[in-house]
Design a protein around this ligand. Sequence first.
Ligand code: ZN
Ligand code: ZN
Length: 347
Amino acid sequence: MLTVNAIAAPSATEPLVRTTIERRDLGPRDVLIEITYAGICHSDIHTVRGEWGKVPYPLTVGHEIVGHVTEVGAEVTRHAVGDRVGVGCMVNSCRECENCKAGMEQYCLDGNTGTYAAVDKDGTVTQGGYSTHIVVVEDFVLRVPESIPHEAAAPLLCAGITTYSPLAHWKAGPGKKVAVVGLGGLGHMGVKIAVAMGAEVTVLSQTLSKKDEGLAFGAQHYHATGDPATFETLKNTFDLIINTVSAPIDMGAYLSLLRLDGTFVSVGAPPEPLPIQVFTLFNNRRSFAGSSIGGIAETQEMLDFCAERGIAPQVEVISADEVNDAYERVLKSDVRYRFVIDIASLR
Ligand SMILES: [Zn+2]
Ligand SMILES: [Zn+2]
């Protein structure tokens, strides 16, 4: 066992504290990663606060992980010591079900193994990236191209792939009109990626307060959803709407913005069910869909795509001691656009 420095939540109600956690001994196909940066995802906060169900404490979260390989198991072939690598939202899956075989481990029928708060194949509880090191089986470790700055690479592993996957699946590209709902950590990546794919992109945000930034990210249009006229003006407009907002929304109003064969995809999820008037789907043969992160191959494709196009998240780098304050700011949407912990501050 390797004992490493980490930040952990002692319970659902206490602040995160500095502590140590254990990492398993390197198996033949495992990779030891010295972490340099870890992003803060809204899911981390929901999870440590027990809002998405019971979790084991103490718990270290973090599933936007970037670092260097410092040791590899005897049978490892995909990564070598010194490689720049990343780990996202999952660290294992069954590898045998039809979804795993299709390269969509995120939809493993047995349930993928989450990077934190999950039971790993060896029976231990997984602990996330707010720590100095992590041990992960090589198949779930991504190559991070050198051209992406380290701190900016971290949020690609969750926010990047979560928006890239539905944009790629529903073929955002030239001639397609795409709307991104919400301009936060996920939304700003959705805009940058959809623009890079060649789509005509509209931001739908509650107010116009971030309009200049949204346009700077490459969006052609920006509308306030707080203004009812927006829904009149944009009726029957979009081929694809990516919803990154987790608060309940008026589904009828948003679905009415889809043109023929348009799809509304939610990557944000309110905890309570959303009522949908099915007749709204009949018009324009509309679809309502969901999407969850991406498979390992697709995550690699996204990293390579972002490197080639020079796309990176906008981040605020913080030290380990600022994480509790950062959580409060995330909850107030007071972050431009993703917090990333400098793990050097944990050593
Ligand atoms: Zn996440
Ligand atoms: Zn599977």
